[in-house]
Write a protein that binds this ligand. Structure first.
Ligand SMILES: *Cc1c(COP(=O)(O)O)cnc(C)c1O
Length: 338
């Protein structure tokens, strides 16, 4: 029987029945007036989870990252990040457009940069030719690194460089929970190190829409102003916040299942004659390179005939992402088609 298996991204998840029930029964208000109690409690829940002062609920991870960058930076600032990071390559040039700032792209390893690389990328503040190094942005897990997880000790070293050099540290944690369920650190460990954290509810956690930006009271207050300015002041957003509360309470630990399935896909692919190499599978993302006689597009188009969707990630690179709508049964089917 032909199936419909969606592996292009973990954003494709649809709310489950129980999540929908939580959404339907939300007692909403007007969030621009600060009167949507469901949004307020989601923001409180998330900030308490990370031990941070405040949070703001937004439509997308792009918006939470961009609000952070806009709030931390000023015209002529520079953001230090990996050359493959989402904030740099997938947010429409927002660092330039929204924050009038430039980027120092670092060629890291599997989407991750080191404290040494950060130190070597800081401009001389007394040289008027150079933009002012202001913000370091890390991504965990790193999407283009194949869902790779940062070594927390390296994050701590990066933090010391930031403290020494007076730089702000932001985390694009679109898939931070995928890292957290695989490591011994807690959300509070992250909350102590980063000045701001963006997390997505609409990926592995299974919400239809939504991301949160976390930081101190003053920072979130400023971000709230910029959110309004960008047209992101939403009204009865509590229906969506209710999904977020449900997800934070129920959908974190199960991410491990997605990781187990991704690992099985990775192991299977590494034995396939069509596949040249597979990135190490650490979480729910599998990135692999097809052999020379194939292109990513040809490989992807062939799988579509079996009802399987994945995404070209370069000329010969392909990405598959597992998530809560990809079941054990789907996995068994997939493995017969690869
Ligand atoms: C998905 C993603 C985001 C945010 O994406 P939106 O589609 O705007 O919610 C940010 N960073 C990374 C690493 C992502 O994978």
């Amino acid at each position: 029987m032909r199936r419909n298996i969606e592996l292009r991204s973990d954003t494709f998840t649809k709310p489950t029945h129980v999540m929908l029930e939580a959404m339907f029964s939300a007692k909403v208000g007007d969030d621009v007036f600060g009167e949507d109690e469901v949004v307020n409690s989601l923001e409180k829940k998330a900030s308490e989870l990370f031990g941070m002062e405040a949070a703001i609920f937004c439509p997308s991870g792009t918006m939470t990252n961009q609000l952070a960058i806009r709030t931390h930076c000023s015209p002529g600032s520079e953001v230090i990040c990996d050359a493959q990071s989402h904030v740099y390559i997938y947010e429409g040039g927002g660092i330039a457009v929204n924050a009038f700032s430039s980027v120092k792209p670092i060629h890291g390893h599997q989407g991750k940069i080191t404290a040494e690389q950060v130190r070597n990328s800081i401009n001389n503040p007394n040289d008027i030719h150079q933009p002012i190094s202001k913000l370091v942005s890390l991504e965990n897990t790193a999407n283009r690194g194949g869902g790779s997880i940062y070594d927390f000790n390296e994050i701590l070293k990066i933090k010391s460089v930031c403290e020494e050099k007076n730089l702000i540290l932001h985390l694009d944690g679109a898939r931070l929970f995928n890292a957290l369920v695989e490591t011994k650190e807690t959300p509070k460990d992250y909350g102590q190190v980063f000045d701001s954290i963006s997390i997505c509810l609409s990926k592995g956690l299974g919400c239809p829409v939504g991301s949160l930006l976390l930081g101190n009271n003053d920072f979130i207050q400023k971000a709230r102003r910029f959110r309004k300015l960008m047209g992101g002041g939403w009204r009865q957003a509590g229906f969506l916040a209710a999904a977020g509360i449900y997800a934070l309470e129920n959908n974190i630990q199960r991410l491990k299942e997605d990781h187990m399935r991704a690992k099985r896909i990775g192991e299977f692919l590494s034995r396939s004659k069509d596949v040249k190499s597979v990135y190490p599978v650490e979480t729910n993302i599998v990135i692999f390179e097809v052999n020379d006689y194939l292109t990513a597009k040809e490989y992807v188009d062939k799988l579509v005939l079996d009802g399987i969707r994945c995404i070209p990630f370069g000329h010969q690179l392909i990405r598959m992402v597992t998530h809560l709508d990809f079941t054990e049964d789907d996995l068994e089917y997939l493995l017969t088609k690869l």
